[in-house]
Ligand binder design. Structure first.
Ligand SMILES: NC(=O)c1ccc[n+]([C@@H]2O[C@H](COP(=O)([O-])OP(=O)(O)OC[C@H]3O[C@@H](n4cnc5c(N)ncnc54)[C@H](O)[C@@H]3O)[C@@H](O)[C@H]2O)c1
Length: 330
């Protein structure tokens, strides 16, 4: 019972597995809780190869009452909570399911935590909680107004966490608002592999793999340097490291909301050009009309991540792109 663990919910998913890989040198052992709804045991096998330490895997759902047993059986130092549904598009059609998975799942997890004396949590929020009218660089006090139902669930969870901090003074919480993760771990095995490509990297990857012929860019008439949208991309290894940093500050009994990005926006065309530097066959692209809901520029103010998390991303766009290409195994 003396041994302490980190419980990683959703730890076999893209960001979760990369975070577990980063925790290699951390003194705690790892318990992964995942219902495998958007992952499979290949990442567990890959993680066991990468990590030379014990990983306990529990296949269950964060909404299950049974997860109380995990807290009874193991001394959990902190939870890192990734488990949830994440598709912006799908969230509009399956609101109930998103509410249940994301919000009810988190409530159940929090109840089990406090019932068993675990008061530390790091939560995966998203830049999509911000109001699209807020001007970039977005800081943590920029106005909030999620556009998608997915974003609504993230903001609601942030509020629930605030409520826990009020109710339980011992409660300690770091909410990370991620910008756009790109790439894979150093072994190139822990990569984003969505069933449906909604975002830029999975779409570009499909063209590189030959599964799609042309990469479609939505809009070339935005008020940016080349007319295409600009975003804040962050290497997955950097994003994963921000959780290790969060674990080191969470002992101080805090409640912090922190953006995690690089603070440097790149356009869609920058991204394509960067890929083309490293590919034998350049990516063919065309332009279509603007996509509803896309803003011209969105990137993070990174002062708080520097000051509070002592975190500075190490990798730039070239490393992100090279990492994606390597992970495709082509
Ligand atoms: N990927 C991004 O661009 C991004 C950006 C901002 C925030 N986030 C958030 O970060 C977290 C992780 O994202 P990801 O990209 O790794 O997603 P992912 O889908 O790859 O990983 C989520 C994992 O959680 C598991 N899961 C889902 N619902 C569950 C449940 N009810 N019980 C137990 N396990 C469950 C899935 O099987 C999966 O392994 C999510 O909460 C997501 O909303 C992701």
């Amino acid at each position: 019972m003396n041994k302490k663990y980190i419980l990683v919910t959703g730890g076999l998913g893209y960001i979760g597995s990369n975070t577990v890989a980063i925790l290699k040198k951390n003194k705690f052992d790892i318990i992964i809780l995942d219902n495998l709804s958007n992952s499979n045991k290949t990442s567990l096998r890959n993680l066991r190869k990468i990590l030379n330490k014990k990983i306990i895997f529990i296949k269950d759902d964060v909404r299950s009452k049974k997860i109380n047993n995990i807290f009874q059986k193991y001394k959990i130092y902190s939870v890192i909570h990734f488990a949830g549904l994440k598709s912006v598009k799908e969230s509009e059609k399956r609101k109930k399911s998103y509410y249940d998975n994301n919000i009810n799942g988190t409530k159940n997890l929090l109840n089990c935590m406090v019932r068993n004396g675990c008061y530390k949590i790091i939560f995966s929020s998203s830049a999509c909680v911000y109001n699209e009218k807020s001007k970039s660089p977005l800081n943590e006090n920029s106005s909030l107004k999620p556009k998608s139902y997915y974003g609504v669930t993230k903001l609601k969870i942030e509020k629930i966490l605030k409520g826990y901090k009020k109710k339980y003074p011992k409660f300690s919480c770091v909410i990370l608002r991620y910008f756009n993760p790109v790439g894979a771990d150093k072994t190139n095995t822990l990569r984003d592999n969505p069933k449906k490509a909604e975002n830029i990297i999975p779409n570009i990857s499909n063209v590189i793999k030959g599964e799609k012929r042309i990469f479609n860019i939505f809009g070339n008439d935005y008020p940016t340097k080349d007319g295409t949208c600009m975003r804040d991309y962050i290497h997955i290894i950097d994003l994963a490291s921000s959780h290790a940093k969060s674990l080191s500050i969470i002992k101080k009994n805090i409640f912090e909301i922190i953006n995690v990005g690089t603070g440097k926006p790149y356009s869609v065309k920058d991204m394509v050009n960067c890929f083309n530097k490293y590919l034998n066959k350049p990516i063919t692209y065309n332009f279509s009309k603007r996509r509803v809901g896309d803003v011209a520029i969105c990137y993070s103010n990174i002062k708080k991540q520097r000051k509070i998390l002592h975190f500075r991303p190490k990798y730039g766009l070239d490393e992100m792109v090279k990492s994606v290409i390597k992970s495709l195994n082509i």
